[in-house]
Design a protein around this ligand. Structure first.
Ligand code: AQP
Length: 333
């Protein structure tokens, strides 16, 4: 059976990179081909300091945002990571057999820990093991993510493979990443060489799914570009990261190939293109923001979806965890 697992951190509101790189694909993958399990990964958020009340509120709001984007609780299991304790328990079991050298290679740890490496929390280093546990506790076979998560998924495969080898059985699947769509890595609007990120200090660097029409227009107008007009062909974007990013966003939102977009806008100045891009973003994102507002007016309903999702997730994860405990020699009395 093909089983999808993927997650998103409740560290801030969802941005356009999360949506185009991951969540829009999560929605499209719901259907008869896969069993789909989606999770707001609140334990991952704790790898950096969080205000407890904000974390709770953001977790609920992010779950509602996923539903507003089209995650359907009748088709998918939707819950918060901390509702299913098997994630943390499997994470410990896998940590005990993950060499530190594998974790030291992870670029996200190097980026986030920065020069303060010795002061970084153990959780930040161990994050990819918890991510492997998130997936493997469901024996997830496919994981739709943005390009930035590729390295962590390779590690998940290494951890699964080494477990299977050590215990001489084909227990965990070797999970396939699904890096899909036109915008697998959406870049910051302020710097086309950095990915759009929830934790960027400047809100002008990202498009939030809840930005209103005026904010969207302002953010695209202020987005960094270069003085040249738009090129007519894709090759002309190669050394122009900011232009490439805006054209990629346009292409992904409009669901039109890049060459078709450039055939229309090639030779134009950015001002007209940015204004059309803002209109397009409003047309695509405003219905999501409206649906989110409707859902947030009834938080008890969102909580009931999470409660049900948590119970369904535990029913899959707990027996898999028990099998791992048996394989590893933990006593059951
Ligand atoms: N810029 C991006 N372009 C395409 N996909 C992206 N994703 C994140 N940023 C981009 C994908 O979104 C999913 C959820 O990501 P996450 O919230 O769990 O963590 P992240 O990758 O660390 O996202 P951020 O925005 O950069 O959060 P912070 O700043 O808190 O670390 C993943 O599938 C990811 O690939």
């Amino acid at each position: 059976m093909k089983r999808i697992f993927s997650g998103i951190q409740p560290t801030h509101k969802m941005h356009l990179g999360n949506y185009l790189g991951a969540v829009r694909n999560w929605v499209a993958l719901q259907g008869p081909e896969y069993e789909t399990i989606y999770c707001v990964v609140d334990l991952h958020a704790l790898t950096l300091p969080q205000n407890p009340d904000d974390l709770r509120a953001q977790t609920r709001e992010l779950a509602a945002t996923l539903i507003a984007c089209g995650i359907d609780p009748a088709k998918s299991i939707l819950f918060a990571q901390s509702q299913v304790t098997a994630h943390s328990e499997l994470s410990w079991l896998l940590s005990c057999q993950t060499p530190l050298g594998w974790l030291n290679r992870m670029t996200q740890f190097k980026d986030k820990a920065g020069k303060q490496r010795d002061n970084a929390g153990l959780g930040l280093l161990a994050y990819p093991v918890l991510m492997a546990a998130d997936i493997l506790v469901y024996k997830g076979t496919h994981v739709p993510v943005g390009e930035d998560q590729k390295q962590h998924l390779e590690l998940t495969r290494e951890i699964a493979g080494s477990f299977n080898h050590r215990y001489g059985r084909d227990f965990f699947p070797l999970t396939e990443p699904q890096i899909l769509g036109a915008a697998t890595r959406v870049m910051s609007l302020r710097d086309g060489t950095k990915k759009m990120s929830k934790s960027d200090e400047s809100d002008y660097s990202r498009i939030n799914l809840t930005d209103d029409a005026d904010t969207l227009a302002l953010k695209f107008r202020k987005a960094r570009t270069d003085p040249e007009p738009l090129p007519s062909e894709e090759a002309g974007l190669e050394t122009r990261p900011e232009a490439r990013n805006l054209v990629t966003i346009f292409s992904a939102l409009a669901e039109r190939p890049v060459d078709e977009v450039l055939a229309q806008y090639g030779g134009s100045q950015f001002s007209g293109f940015k204004s059309d891009l803002a209109d397009l973003a409003v047309a695509k994102l405003a219905p999501i923001a409206d649906e989110l507002a409707r859902l947030m007016a009834d938080p008890a309903h969102v909580d009931s979806i999470l409660r049900d999702g948590g119970a369904r997730a535990r029913a899959i994860a707990d027996p898999i965890l028990r099998e791992v405990q048996d394989i590893m020699g933990l006593i059951r009395v």
